[in-house]
Design a protein around this ligand. Structure first.
Ligand SMILES: Cc1ncc(C[n+]2csc(CCOP(=O)(O)OP(=O)(O)O)c2C)c(N)n1
Length: 301
């Protein structure tokens, strides 16, 4: 199987999983808000192809795909969303704090921007301890408006730290468009200001996206220096929750419809993988729905 076929297949599975979460969320038995990444799957499916690297990933609140990519235990994922003790963190943390430290997803951090200094610390530790892991700071375009990004880029450049600044630019912070928040749509300009090497890629060009991820990782590993990868993408579902947000906030119906029409994964979807992801996830949701319904009936929820 070629890399691109494997990426499409895994991205389709990820979309199926998320579609099942979105469809079943209205039962109100997942006991925490969910930030899905429907529309953004190709990046993490590409990263999965590079899992021979050792990663220490600190993700944002949008941490479902990092968790699934690095850990992949679907039962522990679904159980965590239902705050059940079978969950990845024994049901204590829920959606916004998904993590799997043993497989390299060290934490999801819902305070916007806070994944970044933690990843800098892990990169500093790699250098100090002569370890070979690559630290990954995962964040959105909204986090670029936090001062901590700029302090972190500066420190990573000065100390030559092995860190990937991974910015998913989905053009929105909640319902506020990038145009209403920043004078430029390019986040790489912040890396340039700190002399950190950078690249812009997009989920609409899979070949370039995949080679950009590979080039970034190989650069960090060989030079032991930071790299900033901005990935232009589009979230096809609301900021938090299962619904579409066409026509909400700054997002117009027309913009949403155009984005859906040009979504690469929709066009190249591997239907078998999508359906497998959906049914595997739905099966598990049904199990934890029943458990939580029983617990509610007994007065425990
Ligand atoms: C410091 C801080 N300010 C505000 C919020 C509320 N908030 C949660 S998610 C979010 C949007 C973040 O947008 P972005 O960083 O682009 O990530 P995305 O949700 O698009 O993945 C905001 C403002 C927060 N959690 N933390």
């Amino acid at each position: 199987m070629s890399d691109e076929t494997a990426i499409i297949s895994y991205a389709s599975w990820l979309r199926g999983v998320q579609a099942a979460i979105a469809e079943c969320y209205s039962r109100q038995l997942m006991r925490c808000p969910v930030h899905l990444s429907i529309g953004q799957e190709l990046l993490w499916a590409s990263i999965k192809q590079y899992c021979s690297y050792e990663f220490k990933v600190f993700s944002s609140h949008r941490g479902h795909l990092p968790y699934l990519t690095l850990d992949g235990n679907l039962r522990a994922y679904v159980a965590e969303l239902h705050l059940h003790e079978d969950g990845a963190s024994c049901g204590n943390l829920g959606s916004m704090h998904l993590k799997s430290p043993n497989t390299g997803h060290i934490s999801s951090v819902p305070i916007v921007g806070s994944s970044i200094p933690l990843a800098v610390g892990a990169a500093y530790a790699a250098k100090h301890l002569s370890e070979s892991w690559i630290s990954v700071a995962h964040f959105g375009d909204g986090a670029c408006e936090e001062g901590i990004l700029h302090e972190s880029l500066n420190l990573a450049a000065v100390k030559k730290l092995p860190i990937l600044f991974l910015c998913e630019n989905n053009r929105y912070s909640c319902t506020t468009s990038l145009a209403a928040r920043q004078p430029s749509s390019r986040m790489t300009r912040f890396a340039d200001a700190a002399t950190v090497k950078s690249k812009l890629a997009s989920t609409s060009n899979l070949t370039d996206l995949h080679s950009s991820v590979g080039d970034a990782l190989s650069y960090i590993s060989s030079s032991q220096s930071p790299f900033f990868l901005e990935v232009d993408c589009y979230r096809l579902i609301e900021h938090c929750g299962p619904s579409l947000d066409k026509g909400m906030g700054d997002r117009t119906f027309e913009e949403y419809t155009n984005a859906l029409a040009s979504d690469l994964l929709s066009h190249s979807l591997n239907i078998n993988s999508y359906e497998r992801g959906f049914s595997e996830c739905e099966h598990l949701i049904n199990i934890y729905t029943d458990i939580n319904l029983s617990r509610r009936a007994l007065g425990f929820l």
